[in-house]
Design a protein around this ligand. Structure first.
Ligand SMILES: NC(=O)c1ccc[n+]([C@@H]2O[C@H](COP(=O)([O-])OP(=O)(O)OC[C@H]3O[C@@H](n4cnc5c(N)ncnc54)[C@H](OP(=O)(O)O)[C@@H]3O)[C@@H](O)[C@H]2O)c1
Length: 240
């Protein structure tokens, strides 16, 4: 199994949950090797095989090299979690082209590159799971996040299309749309913004990375075998 962006936050939590169920895991990261190695050591306490693989998911050559390493060390990839993601927030009036492009490149093109690199293995095995991290703002939009919302809406279109392409091959493709989850990504928000967000959440609290990990576990398991092309909102009711 490959989880992109698993050196911290939601990716790390998904890795821990999957390892607790016995999965071998490749922990992808962009730059923070020591954090990824810490996650690998945590995963090994469950008695599973785990490796850390550094690769920028928006770089085709790096993605291809990462897949070769994983296949050599862990075998073919049957479960892919496209979790790596970034924000570069700002109102469109002031949004630089590079901030638009970087977010699209990592969040959307990274999902395309990693999925494309594993589907042959999955088709050959006549089964597989792809789980893509979208966001509630990919459904609703959010002022100051034109780049991020567009990337996450793109992930939803990608998920539905690929689900149709691969359904006959036994491969399911689903997305999770988290609301506001306590991670380093949301730590960057001011207390005032967090207060405003809390008002918009019917369940009146931010989510935890573990809430997303439980959903990912379900979508990776046989329990979800008849579900494909869906977007599971894990958002405390925010999208209602
Ligand atoms: N937190 C939320 O409230 C929330 C809500 C909705 C959706 N999401 C989505 O959930 C996913 C995880 O979010 P998070 O809050 O856990 O994020 P996070 O704490 O900021 O962690 C991001 C992870 O992505 C990795 N990463 C960044 N750029 C990368 C690249 N180019 N190639 C490979 N890996 C890269 C980072 O690696 P390094 O450590 O090496 O930098 C890190 O492991 C993202 O797709 C995010 O958009 C989050």
């Amino acid at each position: 199994m490959l989880i992109t962006g698993a050196s911290r936050g939601i990716g790390r939590s998904i890795a821990l949950k999957m390892a607790s169920e016995g999965a071998s895991i490749a922990v992808n990261y962009a730059s923070n090797e020591s954090a990824a190695m810490d996650v690998v050591r945590e995963l090994e306490t469950f008695g599973v095989k785990a490796i850390a693989v550094g690769s920028d998911v928006s770089d085709e050559t790096q993605v291809s090299e990462m897949m070769d390493i994983i296949r050599e060390k862990l075998g073919p990839i049957h479960i892919l979690v496209n979790n790596a993601g970034i924000t570069r927030d700002g109102l469109l009036l002031r949004m630089k082209r590079e901030d638009w492009q970087r977010v699209i490149d990592i969040n959307l093109t990274g999902t395309y590159l990693c999925s494309k690199a594993v589907i042959r293995d999955m088709m050959k095995a006549k089964g597989g799971r792809i789980i893509n991290l979208s966001s509630v703002v990919g459904l609703s939009g959010n002022a100051g996040q034109c780049n991020y919302s567009a990337s996450k809406a793109g992930v939803i279109g990608f998920t539905k299309s690929l689900a149709k392409e691969l359904a006959g091959k036994g491969v399911t493709v689903n997305a999770i749309a988290p609301g506001f989850i306590e991670t380093e990504m949301t730590d960057a928000l001011s207390e005032k913004v967090k207060e405003q967000i809390l008002h918009e959440i019917p369940l009146k609290c931010l989510g935890k990375a573990e809430d997303i990990a439980e959903s990912a576990m379900f979508l990776a398991s046989d329990k979800s075998r008849y579900i494909t092309g869906q977007v599971l909102q894990v958002d405390g009711g925010m999208g209602l």
